[in-house]
Design a protein around this ligand. Structure first.
Ligand SMILES: Cc1cc2nc3c(=O)[nH]c(=O)nc-3n(C[C@H](O)[C@H](O)[C@H](O)COP(=O)(O)OP(=O)(O)OC[C@H]3O[C@@H](n4cnc5c(N)ncnc54)[C@H](O)[C@@H]3O)c2cc1C
Length: 618
């Protein structure tokens, strides 16, 4: 949030042993070029802001805070009506070109398009040191830096949402049209199923054009281990293994910025300000009406944008609760501790849910199956530059995966009273490139790799975390506690331990196909003394290799009017104030069965309708 004077902030350094290697030299160059372009945009914005004379309030119909996945959707949808004036404030810059290359996900998240926050260290998870959160800070938000997996979740998720919020308009039957409204499916065999899919939305969805030779082997091993194949996880069900579609088109990322916002940028009734950080929603009068947003522009000047109709926060599940608390809307004790006047006492920032991933089992992959030679990388770059094909058009191995239901009791149905039929685990694969000394230059997605990681993700955790103010520096990065594996009875970790069984069953078939399971557990030194594959060993791996899969939600969750833990009602209005809605991942009543970008975009599409309806707009 402190973007005055420069756009730079600390990124994750490469290990010392990697500096000077051709791969890291190339990526450092790429990140530097990307950062220079962002810096240039920042300076331009700064000059514009300095030249602007303050002539009183700027006035709009709607003021949107946060130009990420949800903000891009709403800015486009609301400004379709030329009589409606819309302002979008985004603290970061414009999506850089490099982010279009699916394989540069790692490079992107080291560039200045994200803020890095270390979660509160907890003994139960993340090796006791706190997981690192990569929080988007760029137009497009998560959709610009994510792993592009297109997963809607289970129909049960939304039926549960409807029950939790007491409003059938959130059930699966009613949200499906919003998923379809957003989607432009590019693959004929999927698009043919018009009950579930559409080809006329803004968000392009397709299979990635390149398939690493390991992908069919992982499929074969899952088949041998008893998992059924599923063609389309976004239709009748999810269980089984699948080739997952992605938010890409023609080998390039298709973010919400590219699909929604960029084509709308020329509209005279839409103003998009980058490097503009909202610092407070201003509430006026006894009704506490959201009159507008105070923000700091690129020149560091504090300005006010008036919203004649509504303010909508789309700053994400970390940014939105943070801004609400800075505005005096949040838990009274916490606001008082930070010397912020309490305007509305609400459980903002409580109940954070996230999907922990556990990079738990590693398979060694030797040439010719897995080649990591720099000459080949150079060839990949040329192939991508000329054709948008080859390994750079792929985001590591994320396009192959599985959804499982462990043998344990299903998660509690969150108020529905009916048995859950949704998966409780998603299995994701990832490549890791390790040199002969065991050094890993890139944590994720090295685009050429010699180890394949089996990585279960817990889909419906009972554990909860929080987003809190830093009492000594409230406007600085908030304090995020992920809370993984802190549930009573240790059910969450038990599900993950069970989910390793598929990986262990894959050992024999993969061995035959040339991928050997590394039983040394060197990637989790604390666990090496334990019997490999025992529950104790797997629990130890889960607690020491935990990482986030970046799906934080529910920090301002939607709920019934009489639900004391809810922050917004079923129409996304913040309780106790007027003219203020939230429309991002923070409002999810509970996590969905899979990645969260498509569900967030669905929420934003729905929010656009709610707003048009509330204001009698076409
Ligand atoms: C690294 C990563 C990988 C992921 N992989 C996948 C995946 O493969 N598939 C998938 O479906 N999902 C994935 N996700 C999750 C998904 O992208 C997010 O759930 C989704 O983008 C959330 O959208 P949002 O609109 O709620 O927030 P965001 O997209 O995070 O947008 C919030 C925006 O608000 C801005 N902002 C915050 N505070 C302020 C302020 N005070 N003033 C102005 N602007 C502000 C931020 O800069 C940001 O641009 C991933 C996320 C990450 C980070």
């Amino acid at each position: 949030m402190q973007l005055t004077g420069s756009v730079t902030h600390p990124a994750v350094p490469y290990p010392a042993a990697c500096v000077g290697t051709p791969l890291v030299t190339f990526l450092t160059l790429l990140v530097n070029v990307t950062n220079q372009r962002l810096e240039k945009e920042f300076r331009q914005r700064q000059r514009q802001a300095e030249q602007l004379t303050v002539t009183g309030d700027e006035e709009y119909d709607f003021v949107l805070v946060g130009g990420g996945s949800s903000g891009c959707v709403l800015a486009e949808r609301l400004s379709q009506n030329p009589d409606v004036k819309v302002l979008l404030l985004e603290r970061g810059g414009t999506e850089p070109f490099a982010s279009r290359v699916p394989a540069f996900m790692t490079a992107n998240i080291r560039a200045n398009i994200a803020e890095y926050i270390t979660g509160v260290p907890e003994a139960a998870n993340c090796n006791g040191t706190g997981c690192q959160l990569t929080v988007p800070q760029v137009l497009g938000g998560g959709s610009t830096i994510n792993a592009v997996m297109y997963v809607r979740g289970s129909s049960v998720d939304y039926d549960d949402w409807a029950t939790m919020v007491g409003d059938p308009s959130w059930n699966y039957e009613n949200v499906l049209p919003y998923f379809k409204r957003a989607e432009k499916n590019m693959d004929a065999s999927i698009a043919a199923d018009t009950k579930y899919h559409s080809t006329s939305g803004h968000l392009r969805v397709s299979w990635q054009p390149y398939r690493h030779p390991v992908i069919p082997l992982l499929a074969e091993a899952m088949e041998a281990a008893g998992e059924p194949f599923r063609l389309d996880i976004n239709a009748e069900g999810q269980l089984g293994y699948s080739l997952i579609q992605t938010t890409t088109s023609g080998g390039e990322r298709w973010s919400a910025y590219r699909g929604y916002l960029q084509p709308a940028l020329g509209r005279p009734n839409l103003k998009v300000l980058t490097y503009a950080t909202a610092t407070r929603v201003v509430l006026e009068g006894p009704e506490r009406r959201a009159a507008g947003v105070e923000y700091r522009d690129a020149a560091g000047k504090v300005r006010f944008a008036r919203a004649n109709r509504e303010v909508i926060l789309t700053a994400g599940a970390i940014g939105t609760p943070h801004l609400l608390m800075l505005s005096g809307i949040g838990p009274a004790d916490e606001l008082k501790a930070a010397n912020i006047p309490v305007l509305v006492d609400l459980p903002v920032g409580e109940g954070l849910q996230d999907h922990p991933r556990v990079p738990g089992l590693e398979f060694e992959c030797a040439p010719p199956l897995c080649e990591v030679d720099w000459k080949l990388r150079r060839r990949d770059l040329l192939q991508y530059a000329a054709l948008r094909q080859g390994p750079l058009s792929e985001t590591s191995l994320v396009q192959i995966g599985a959804f499982l239901r462990t043998g344990l009791d299903p998660p509690p149905p969150e108020g529905t009273g009916k048995p859950a039929k949704q998966p409780d685990v998603q299995v994701v694969f990832m490549g890791v490139d390790e040199d002969s000394n065991g050094t890993r230059c890139l944590a994720n997605d090295p685009w050429r790799f010699n180890r394949v990681v089996y990585m279960p993700v817990l889909l419906h955790p009972r554990s909860r975390g929080s987003v809190r103010l830093n009492a000594t520096n409230p406007s600085g990065p908030p304090v995020v506690r992920l809370g993984y594996f802190t549930d009573e009875g240790d059910r969450d970790i038990a599900v993950l331990v069970d989910s390793f069984k598929l990986g262990l069953r894959m050992e024999a078939p993969l061995q035959k196909l040339g991928l050997r399971l590394d039983r040394s557990t060197k990637y989790a030194p604390k666990c090496r003394a334990l019997e490999f594959g025992s529950d104790e060993h797997l629990r130890c791996i889960a607690r020491s290799t935990t990482a986030t899969i970046w799906h934080w939600v529910s920090t301002c969750r939607m709920g019934r009017d009489d639900d004391d833990e809810a922050v917004v009602d079923a129409r996304l209005r913040v309780k106790g104030v007027r003219g203020l809605r939230l429309a991002d991942a923070s409002v999810f009543p509970t996590l969905t069965s899979g990645n969260t970008n498509a569900p967030t975009i669905m929420v934003a599409e729905r929010a656009a309708d709610l707003l048009r309806e509330a204001h009698g707009l076409a």
